[in-house]
Design a protein around this ligand. Structure first.
Ligand code: AMP
Length: 308
């Protein structure tokens, strides 16, 4: 062991080797709503502002970049890891979802995250209690992910609402990577007048352009090698916007991805405010291209702002 490394214990008695700098502030881990709420109210009473980064774990640099954004805005940054069963429309996908809690805790610890909430489903949905926040989404939840993953956004909004209820953060930090997800959460926050200010972090990519994702670790080597085509197709759409009809750009970009052996579920150019499909680029001031495709058994999504 290097001289600068120290073995430390967190409050749940997990032990980590870490540097002296890290030793100064170990991440606190909470598994129950009650202890987590007690911690948050003590932090608030001591004058701290709270940034919250909800995740499903199997953390990577994309998640950690959100922790760093949280640290720029608030004096206390909390993360949750909860693989939310209500947002999986396929039981096999839920079963296969990667879980790497020890690595996750170490990453959060190194990033300077203050606390981690890792509840069981019973804590989030006591007695199996399910509820649906009443939000008018005007069809924004029925297109793209909502169309191909029925029920996904009901489950997602349910868990985000519940996590916000527990955490009541000053800032909620989410990633551009899940464009439709954060757009719907933004609608919920403004309609229900929730306290949290939504901050969006840019999509972090691998050097070859593939958007970082927990699911990437399940990619077969051949798909991993060809996966940069997804980002290339999005860039192609950006280059062609205003030159070709939107439908043609969509079909050409889909074909580019499919030619590499992926199966594109949708490649859609949408209004960045309403999330509804566009007929032409000048119909909206914010235009986003969104894609979902299958790489064998693994489903990948990505998006790119085409305008502005
Ligand atoms: P997940 O664990 O996949 O549910 O994601 C948790 C949060 O991390 C969501 O707000 C995602 O949008 C965000 N996120 C996931 N991948 C990335 C990435 N590559 N870059 C930035 N944020 C990301």
């Amino acid at each position: 062991m290097e001289a600068s490394k120290i073995l430390i214990a967190t409050d749940t008695l997990k032990f980590y080797y870490c540097t002296k700098r890290e030793y100064l502030r170990p991440v606190k881990i909470f598994r129950t709503v009650q202890t987590f709420e007690q911690y948050l109210s003590a932090e608030r009473n001591s004058g701290h502002t709270i940034a919250f980064v909800p995740t499903m774990g199997a953390l990577h640099e994309g998640h950690i970049s959100l922790i760093r954004i949280g640290l720029e805005h608030a004096t206390c940054v909390v993360c949750s890891i909860f693989v939310n069963p209500t947002q999986f429309n396929q039981p096999e996908d839920l079963k296969q979802y990667p879980r790497t809690p020890d690595e996750d805790i170490a990453l959060l610890f190194r990033a300077g995250c203050h606390a981690l909430f890792m509840p069981e489903a019973e804590e989030i949905y006591p007695g199996g209690r399910k509820f649906q926040p009443e939000v008018e989404l005007n069809g924004a939840d029925k297109v793209m992910e909502g169309h191909f993953r029925p029920g996904h956004f009901d489950g997602m909004l349910m868990v985000v609402y519940r996590l916000l209820e527990i955490t009541n953060p000053d800032f909620l930090v989410m990633g551009q990577k899940d464009f439709q997800q954060y757009s719907l959460v933004g609608m919920m926050i403004s309609q229900l007048r929730l306290n949290a200010r939504l901050i969006i972090g840019p999509t972090r990519r691998e050097p070859d352009g593939l958007a970082m994702s927990s699911r990437n670790r399940r990619l077969e080597a051949s798909f991993r090698k060809k996966a940069p085509i997804i980002y290339q197709a999005l860039q192609y759409a950006r280059a062609r916007l205003g030159q070709l009809p939107v439908r043609k750009i969509e079909s050409e970009a889909s074909a580019m991805i499919d030619q590499e052996g992926f199966r594109t579920e949708y490649f859609q150019i949408v209004d960045g405010q309403t999330l509804l499909p566009l007929e032409s680029a000048d119909q909206a001031s914010h235009v986003v291209a969104c894609v979902a495709c299958w790489a064998g058994e693994v489903r990948l999504i990505d998006n790119l702002s085409l305008k502005p």
